[in-house]
Ligand binder design. Structure first.
Ligand code: 26Q
Length: 822
């Protein structure tokens, strides 16, 4: 029985073994005595799925009966990772399954390890969506996710012999996926191309073109210790008609299957770009296919409530995860005006009461814009709607700011030129009730930069902040079970209580000075470091000194995230070590620096950065003078699952973006929750983390956001050579150029981004970065003080639970309430 009085699923150990054996015999059609770990995983997953399904059915039935207002989270990315361990923990069945599996002669951790990640996302934005689903279900909120069922998730990363990144496909569905339920009965027609004919009063008829089927696959999302099990609906594209019979009968088989192939292509692969816009037609097709199918589905469900269409916003809230689903705005207009006969103005008021828009970046290269000719061709009716909306909108702007032509040009949904472009952020803004950023600083930047004109037009109250969060279930209880147990013992409340009210972690502060507690805390960190070292030894065949400080930077490769700064810092340290005598070196604390992360396949500089990291690592790790004091690793194929091993093992993590560029960051929260200290710039959520834990428990460096613009101006119009600006950095660059880490000419394009222009301001921040690293070294010398900082950090992470974030969305934006399963 859970604390709230609801019953957990009853499944004792004999029930568990019975159910697993049953699935081996029936679902897998195999013999129980002849099963390997992979077969065992499949049977165990099916056994857990049975329990999820019971809860899922009851939850959905309850929603249908009670007909509450619902919220929908539209995201092109859901970076879920593995499911089995999470499902067992949320169901409260981990112990019984562990024992049951043991009785059958297997080890639960080995079985868990057989599952492939569901990697339907690039990075932060996709993982945030996954954390929000976990929190919605855990808070018993009627929230569904909508996304695409990509056949291939984010590519697998390999490292070539020369150190560069190679990409391989991620066929994650090769083995059947027990966590999805195909809903062949839920299919929706989606139209592309064709012709839109205007009628009176704003209506039109859209016909012809290509029709594609969207087929629903449902993924169960269990809440932590609650019956509520929500739904993530992913769409797969399918041809509407098998193949073109006319061509087939004429003997042209290639042409006969062409159009069905093009239908299947839509959901074949996740675009591997993160924080850069790529203007490919297929990507726009994905966006429309997904928003059209989702809105149609949402509309059908709303109609089952039997309410008048004008009450749509009383029962439906839709959150747009960045601009990727912005086509949902003209699509809902089309459904209301063309298909439901709602007058244009009424339709617009329904639309603008339904949508909410989250912005995740202010970087200009990441803001989505689509060529008008492309959109006209693919979605002729939507292009009409956008032009009509724009006309009315610009008239209103003109009325409020008469004669301000520059303002009109900036605010227009259309960027003029040849070709014209549709500005998706502007459309998302005018079509939504509220707009939010993802951390305090970022939300201020949204208001003062990309949305400044819109703040002046709509008023500031439309714009706000919801600082991101992470689920403590996956990012502490699941990935760091020993720490979770120690916390539960220490706090004197149940695990359920603190995992659902993370502010309770503050209770750890009482124990900061207790040497026994400190010792246990340190021992857990140590064993997590050994777990990581073991993993690296098994997968890469490399031995790691676990007595060293583990210093970790894991995130997508991007110039603004400045992995290069970290790398150049390591080279600087290496050169300094080389100059020391053996006696001097002995005083140095050994350090192991870990990097991991993928580069977009078309991002040349990011890929070159990986290549340099790998080749610097080779030289440093092989140098007998220094290798006991400094080593460095690039761990290939970063994933949610690898993060779950790396994060609990880190002493220090780096979040060192140029101030004002990282909207929030969420791994910073994960490291701190696991007692890793933070080395970072005054950017994104780093600032709020420091506010919580206190300045003395984080290591900050670098210029602040307001300085960045001025410095960039200086770099452009009054450049100063690196040798003058920052001699220490110039020396490092020269060593690389001179070939100390392999042919230096290979890296010139990367080094030149710093020597010329230096848009991300490495030369401005290098000295203070090196200084911050020395302060880290000094702090690590006093191990007891370090452990205290670590405890204090974890204790103050309450704010960063995604439960807090999702409740803010639910209460302040969506106006939805918990809907408990009776
Ligand atoms: C857009 C158009 C075409 C192709 C790809 C894209 C695209 C895809 C992914 C643009 C952006 C993304 C992903 C962005 C992202 O992950 N942003 C991160 O979001 C996190 C959650 O809010 C923040 O913590 C990070 O700071 C932010 O970088």
């Amino acid at each position: 029985v859970w604390k709230d009085g609801t019953r957990a699923i009853d499944k004792d150990v004999p029930d568990v073994t019975k159910s697993i054996i049953n699935h081996v015999n029936t679902s897998l059609a195999r013999q129980a005595y002849n099963i390997d770990d992979m077969g065992a995983y499949q049977a165990v997953a099916l056994a857990a799925r049975d329990d999820l399904l019971i809860n899922w059915n009851e939850t959905q039935l309850n929603y249908t009966r009670k007909a509450p207002k619902r919220a929908y989270y539209l995201s092109l990315e859901f970076l879920m990772g593995r499911t089995l361990d999470n499902a067992l923990l949320n169901l409260g069945l981990k112990d019984n399954f562990t024992q049951g599996v043991d009785k059958l002669g297997f080890n639960i951790e080995d079985i868990i390890d057989k599952e492939r990640d569901a990697a339907l996302g690039n990075g932060g934005l996709g993982r945030l969506a996954a954390c929000y689903l976990d929190s919605s279900a855990s808070q018993e909120l009627p929230v569904w996710g909508y996304g695409l069922r990509y056949k291939y998730g984010i590519f697998q990363q390999l490292i070539a012999p020369d150190g560069s990144q190679l990409e391989a496909p991620d066929p994650w569905l090769e083995h059947s996926n027990p966590w999805e339920l195909p809903r062949v009965d839920v299919t929706i027609d989606v139209r592309f191309y064709g012709h839109a004919e205007r009628l009176d009063n704003g209506k039109a008829i859209w016909s012809g073109g290509q029709e594609v089927l969207a087929v629903a696959y449902d993924v169960m999302i269990p809440g932590y210790h609650t019956k509520t099990t929500n739904n993530l609906r992913l769409w797969e594209s399918k041809p509407k008609r098998g193949f073109d019979l006319n061509s087939f009968n004429a003997g042209d088989y290639e042409k006969a299957v062409q159009s069905s192939n093009s239908a299947e292509t839509i959901t074949s692969v996740l675009y591997p770009n993160d924080n850069t816009m790529v203007g490919k037609e297929l990507r726009l097709k994905q966006q429309y296919f997904w928003t059209a199918a989702s809105l149609n589905d949402i509309m059908r469900r709303f109609k089952n409530y039997g309410k008048p269409i004008t009450e749509f916003p009383e029962y439906v809230a839709i959150q747009l995860n960045d601009t990727h689903p912005t086509l949902a705005i003209p699509e809902l207009m089309r459904l209301l005006v063309d298909e439901e006969d709602v007058p244009w103005d009424k339709a617009w008021s329904i639309v603008t009461s339904t949508f909410f828009f989250t912005n995740h970046t202010v970087l200009p290269e990441a803001l989505e814009k689509w060529p008008v000719p492309l959109m006209q061709h693919l979605l002729p009716r939507h292009m009409q709607i956008i032009f009509d909306l724009n006309l009315t909108f610009l008239q209103a702007v003109e009325k409020k700011f008469p004669g301000d032509r520059d303002r009109l040009a900036r605010m227009s949904l259309i960027q003029e030129g040849y070709p014209q472009y549709v500005r998706m952020a502007n459309l998302a803004c005018i079509g939504s009730r509220r707009v939010n950023g993802v951390a305090e600083l970022h939300s201020e930047l949204v208001k003062t930069t990309i949305m400044k004109d819109f703040v002046e037009f709509f008023g500031v109250s439309k714009f706000s902040n919801v600082t991101n969060g992470i689920t403590p279930r996956r990012w502490l209880d699941q990935c760091n079970p020993a720490l979770s147990t120690l916390i539960t013992e220490t706090l004197g409340c149940t695990k359920n209580e603190w995992l659902k009210d993370l502010y309770k972690l503050e209770g750890l502060l009482k124990h900061v000075d207790d040497p026994k507690f400190q010792k246990k805390w340190a021992a857990i960190k140590q064993s997590n470091k050994e777990r990581l070292a073991h993993h690296v030894e098994v997968t890469l065949g490399i031995k790691i000194n676990t007595k060293a400080m583990f210093d970790v930077q894991i995130k997508r490769l991007h110039e603004y995230k400045r992995q290069t700064l970290n790398l150049l810092g390591v080279v600087h340290r290496y050169l300094a070590l080389k100059k020391m005598t053996p006696e001097q070196r002995k005083k140095i604390n050994p350090r192991v620096v870990f990097f991991a992360g993928k580069a977009a396949p078309g991002y040349y500089i990011a890929k070159l950065t990986i290549r340099l990291i790998v080749n610097v690592a080779r030289v440093i790790n092989a140098d007998p003078d220094t290798k006991d004091y400094l080593s460095m690793f690039f761990l290939p194929d970063y994933s949610v699952t690898l993060a779950e091993i790396l994060i609990p093992a880190s002493d220090l993590s780096q979040h060192i973006s140029t101030a004002g560029t990282e909207a929030s960051g969420t791994s910073n929260m994960k490291f701190c929750l696991n007692g890793g200290l933070l080395l970072g710039t005054v950017d994104g959520a780093n600032i709020e983390i420091a506010e919580e834990v206190g300045d003395s428990n984080v290591f900050f460096f670098g210029h602040l956001t307001p300085a960045v613009e001025e410095l960039r101006y200086q770099h452009t119009y009054h450049p100063v050579p690196v040798e003058e600006k920052c001699p220490a950095l110039a020396a490092v660059l020269d060593e690389i150029s001179a070939g100390r880490f392999g042919d230096g000419s290979v890296y010139e394009p990367l080094l030149n981004t710093i020597r010329q222009g230096d848009y991300y301001l490495l030369t401005e921040d290098f000295d203070s970065y090196i200084q911050a690293l020395s302060m880290v070294d000094a702090a690590y010398q006093d191990r007891t003080e370090w452990i205290k900082k670590s405890i204090r950090t974890t204790a103050k992470m309450g704010k960063f639970s995604s439960d807090r974030a999702i409740l803010t969305y639910a209460e302040e934006f969506w106006n939805i309430e918990a809907c408990k399963v009776p």
